[in-house]
Write a new protein. Structure first.
Length: 421
């Protein structure tokens, strides 16, 4: 990696950005690792207040030197001719590979499939957990069909499963956590372009990483208040307890077992059970740790109350900046879920309230919102759907805050819940 810090005035198309001098929430893009494709992206960064940024010259264009300017028109035409010829000579297999990708669907179309997948994943998780709790042998291969089906759903529309992951749960359960970590880690695996073996390993780790909890007092899962010293000691044992059970009752590869072993380790050495540091932790364990941490925060699985998806992402971003969590994995998660994840309850700048329905990849801070409360806090007889990126108003309409639905009065008519009927 050849990183350079430059002023925004030197930024040009083709450069690969690795860091901005503004917070991710103020950024016009979903994450801070991106290649500049057009002048419009540079304009957005200027409007967002970016003054300094870092670029990686090994992944994109370097800062222009006098020698770069000497390039004449004839050489540019030669390059274009070569590019045109290369396009003509591109193997048919590449086009065929693209055609094999599942056809994109809308969230409403994919939601039914996602709900069915959720039911199947949670049912299998319950069956596996019951067997392991009673020290019975489990065949991990039964997870494979669900991995394939989930990957297909994510490639058609990755926001349908995200809605189900972020829905507030009535109580904490290992099956719910399995579904969330399983779906989310497969979604990140696509984003990071991980291979089949890595995807299989991460998916299996999602199914078996909390096996040790089956031998612990379940009231500690989702306690949502500080653990006592003795409770904390018990919690820290769930990794070793689970590993012993899996070694006896389930045949898993060494890499899956390693991910399970390391899923609570942190890059700065503050994790458990071994206090490993960055270079001692497997790359896939770093990815999985981010997923587990996100679901713990959103659903209050440990010793603190649940936070909103938006709040969880902000927390992860801070932990990545403090070198506790893997920054590329956190960036990938923010990219997938966006600043305002689908299903988030939000308040607009005109005081109306609504639910985020769909993300605009080019303008993640201006999603599609279903507005259910008017400016006076009264419920609309008929909710209206608005695209914040395209709506024409005298004053720019934007999201000013994310609503915590556990706060009294935030949703008096209970209209800000995702309707799964």
């Amino acid at each position: 990696m050849a990183v350079k810090k430059i002023p925004i005035s030197l930024l040009k198309v083709g450069m690969y950005i690795t860091q901005l001098d503004i917070s991710w929430i103020d950024s016009p893009f979903m994450y801070h690792h991106l290649k500049i494709k057009n002048a419009a992206q540079i304009d957005k960064l200027l409007k967002a207040g970016v003054k300094q940024l870092s670029i990686d010259t090994s992944k994109g264009v370097d800062v222009e030197t006098p020698a770069d300017v000497i390039r004449d028109k004839s050489s540019q035409e030669t390059d274009k001719s070569q590019e045109d010829q290369a396009a003509k000579d591109k193997p048919v297999s590449e086009a065929s590979a693209k055609e094999k990708l599942p056809e994109r669907t809308s969230i409403s179309q994919e939601l039914g499939v996602a709900k069915e997948l959720k039911g199947k994943v949670e049912k299998l998780a319950d069956e596996i957990n019951e067997a392991l709790k009673n020290d019975k042998v489990v065949d991990a291969r039964q997870v494979s069909p669900l991995i394939d089906a989930t990957l297909s759903s994510l490639q058609r529309n990755n926001q349908a499963l995200a809605i189900l992951i972020n829905i507030q749960r009535k109580d904490a359960s290992l099956a719910n956590h399995t579904f969330a970590s399983f779906s989310l880690v497969l979604s990140i695996s696509i984003k990071l372009s991980l291979g089949d073996d890595a995807q299989q390993a991460l998916a299996l780790a999602a199914f078996f990483h909390d096996t040790g909890w089956l031998k612990l007092p379940m009231h500690l899962l989702g306690k949502a208040s500080p653990y006592t010293a003795s409770e904390k000691k018990l919690i820290y044992q769930h990794v070793s307890i689970g590993l012993r059970s899996l070694k006896q009752n389930c045949e898993l590869s060494s890499i899956v077992m390693r991910i399970i072993t390391e899923h609570h380790e942190h890059l700065d050495g503050s994790g458990y059970p071994s206090g490993l540091k960055s270079d001692q932790i497997h790359p896939l364990s770093k990815v999985f740790a981010v997923v587990v941490r996100y679901d713990e925060l959103v659903h209050g699985l440990l010793d603190r109350p649940a936070v909103t998806p938006h709040g969880a992402l902000a927390n992860l971003y801070k932990e990545a900046k403090n070198e506790k969590l893997d920054e590329p994995s956190v960036s990938a998660l923010i990219s997938l879920l966006s600043v305002y994840p689908v299903g988030s309850a939000v308040q607009l700048s005109n005081k109306e309230k609504g639910i985020v329905l769909e993300i605009d990849a080019d303008q993640p801070k201006l999603p599609v919102v279903k507005v259910v409360y008017d400016m006076a806090g009264m419920a609309h007889i008929k909710p209206k759907v608005i695209n914040l990126a395209k709506i024409k108003t005298d004053k720019e309409l934007s999201i000013t805050s994310v609503l915590d639905l556990t706060v009294p009065g935030a949703d008096p008519a209970q209209l800000l819940r995702v309707d799964l009927s």
